[in-house]
Design a protein around this ligand. Structure first.
Ligand code: G3H
Ligand code: ZN
Length: 287
């Protein structure tokens, strides 16, 4: 059975490690992530952006596929199915579709509106047993049409949102979606520290996990980050392995064009990336 992210993140915060959220795009992504989590005995969060949900036909299709695959693979580690950067409407759609966790990204609204919408959604999610993530400040760059200016979060606003009883809080601390530019200034640990002081035991979320150096990841975890989102890095690994397969002409040998063969190197590459991240985040053996 899929679970909410509440317990796994409380344990992560108390145990000073982070649970990875890996975004899914299709069957191969989902299977690779689930199998790796099971192999490493790690809890995991499957993230679904609104764009990826639409690509996979809709949130109901996603929930049905994930639930069935989770059962048929015999997965025993805790797995949450989480809406990533959800709109107000998207949150309700995912609740109805059977997701076990949602993110309401109200960071582009004036703070009072973000607060009002977050308040409502926290109450609805909790009544139904789902966990909920809200966002303050914004993540720079673009992910599936969600564009952020990258301003650092105000620690007092973080406390106001945390006090609603959210299960995890995403705060902008200089992190960026996608590849980091060469002139990136790094994470603002000063901001993260101030947020952690104000929000205490609240599990904090680091978005834009692709390409952040290992020492910064470790420092972020030591300052209260308990969930780290990774999307682009799995896409890059998948694309690279698939390109190599095609450039080597493997798709032209025998039945190499069969999608079950064509997509296999990419699926293996996703497993390797997820494994590397789980080891770095410290979630291996924590299921
Ligand atoms: O919400 C998802 C992420 O924050 C992933 O960011 O694509 O930079 O790894 P990324
Ligand atoms: Zn994100």
């Amino acid at each position: 059975m899929l679970v909410s992210a509440t317990e796994m993140l409380k344990k992560a915060k108390a145990g000073h490690y982070a649970v990875g959220q890996f975004n899914i795009n299709n069957l191969e992504w989902t299977k690779s992530i689930l199998l790796t989590a099971e192999e490493l005995k790690s809890p995991v969060i499957l993230g679904v952006s609104e764009g990826a949900g639409k690509y996979m036909t809709g949130f109901k299709t996603v929930a049905a596929m994930v639930k069935a695959m989770h059962e048929e693979l015999g997965i025993t580690v805790p797995v949450a199915l989480h809406l990533d950067h959800g709109t107000y409407e998207g949150c309700y759609k995912c609740i109805k579709a059977g997701f076990t966790s949602i993110m309401f990204d109200g960071s582009h609204y004036p703070f009072e509106e973000n607060l009002a919408k977050s308040t409502e959604l926290v109450n609805v999610a909790h009544q139904l047993g789902l966990s909920i993530e809200c966002e303050v400040g914004s993540i720079g760059g673009e992910e599936d049409g969600v564009v952020g200016m990258g301003e650092c979060a105000d620690p007092n606003e973080c406390k106001t949102i945390a006090d609603l009883g959210v299960d995890m809080l995403a705060a902008g601390i200089g992190n960026i979606h996608g590849k980091y530019p060469a002139n990136w200034k790094g994470l603002s640990f000063e901001t993260l520290d101030a947020i952690q002081q104000k929000t205490g035991t609240m599990p904090l979320v680091l978005h834009g996990g692709t390409g952040i150096p290992a020492d910064m990841i470790k420092k972020a975890i030591s300052l209260g980050v308990s969930k780290i989102n990774v999307n682009t890095e799995c896409q890059l690994s998948f694309a690279d392995a698939t390109r190599k397969y095609i450039e080597a002409g493997k798709d032209l040998e025998g039945k190499g064009f069969d999608p079950r063969k064509l997509l296999a190197p990419g699926a293996e590459a996703i497993k390797a990336t997820v494994k590397e991240k789980m080891e770095l985040f410290g979630s291996v053996g924590k299921a």
